[in-house]
Design a protein around this ligand. Structure first.
Ligand SMILES: [Zn+2]
Length: 277
């Protein structure tokens, strides 16, 4: 699933193409992926508006429109949002929504597994997008401090990996960047969150910010479906320490990396660099 670095990369790659463009038409190919309002009203809210700005909150991409409507996308597992220039062919078999812009270009939402969601929200309705209204502070933001993290893990008996995946605690993280951050911090993914020392929390805070910043700098991580707004792959998969490397030697110490499950999620770690104690 695309995480914060992938959505940020999509935001940056789409922004220069679509800001200032007017939405002339919209083709809804799979209505059930529109969660609010119902599809006809959704179309009415976005038609003949101008794209003012692209925002991102956690894993949500938001097109701010000139009528104060927020067009919100969550790509989930396999969603893609790609800009297709005027006259170019739109790749892919699983198009779910096509936005036609006034310069002849299109913004094409494709989604193989159809878990992605879309909303066209007035500002006083944004609470309906629970993933946004209940989201915790994001990495690299002013609110995401080591002090915040220390207070948030305090007394918690959930495993630190599950804690970091909880979007209400830290917004924007997913399986890849959590495994990477725990490795860089030298923290075992099965540790109970409340047992981390102040020093470990400090290292984890710094590691979360580092993996997210590195992921953005590399244009995201592509294993299968993720593409940026131009349809290009990211390159962070070439720089991962543990994710997707189970059985291979640790880049720090050479020990074979292990794979386990934490909260039902596949989890990679180094048994030597990330001790339970
Ligand atoms: Zn190691």
């Amino acid at each position: 699933m695309p995480e914060m670095p992938e959505i940020e990369t999509i935001r940056r790659s789409l922004e220069p193409h679509i800001v200032g463009r007017r939405i002339e038409n919209v083709e809804i190919l799979l209505p059930r992926q529109i969660k609010w309002p119902e599809p006809m009203a959704f179309a009415a809210r976005i038609l003949q508006t101008e794209v003012v700005r692209l925002d991102r909150i956690g894993k949500y991409l938001i097109l701010q429109l000139s009528n104060d409507v927020s067009l919100v996308f969550h790509l989930r597992m396999t969603g893609q949002l790609v800009y297709v220039a005027a006259g170019a062919e739109a790749a892919g078999q699983h198009k779910r929504l096509i936005i036609y812009l006034d310069d002849g270009a299109r913004l094409v939402f494709s989604d193989t597994r159809t878990f992605g969601t879309m909303y066209a929200m007035h500002q006083d309705e944004m609470w309906r997008v629970r993933g946004i209204s209940e989201m915790g502070p994001e990495p690299l933001s002013d609110d995401f401090t080591a002090e915040y993290l220390m207070q948030a893990v305090s007394g918690r008996k959930t495993r630190i990996k599950s804690f970091l995946l909880d979007q209400s605690k830290v917004g924007g993280l997913g399986n890849i960047y959590v495994d990477e951050a725990l490795f860089l911090a030298g923290v075992h993914p099965m540790r109970l969150a409340g047992t981390l020392t102040v020093g470990e929390v400090q290292r984890l805070h710094d590691a979360v910010n580092k993996v997210i910043a590195d992921g953005i700098a590399d244009g995201g991580t592509t294993f299968r479906d993720y593409r940026d707004g131009n349809g290009d792959r990211g390159s962070h998969q070439d720089h991962l320490f543990v994710y997707g490397r189970d059985g291979q030697p640790c880049r720090n110490c050479g020990t074979a990396l292990e794979k386990t499950k934490v909260g039902g999620r596949g989890t990679r770690f180094c048994p030597a660099c990330q001790k339970m104690q």
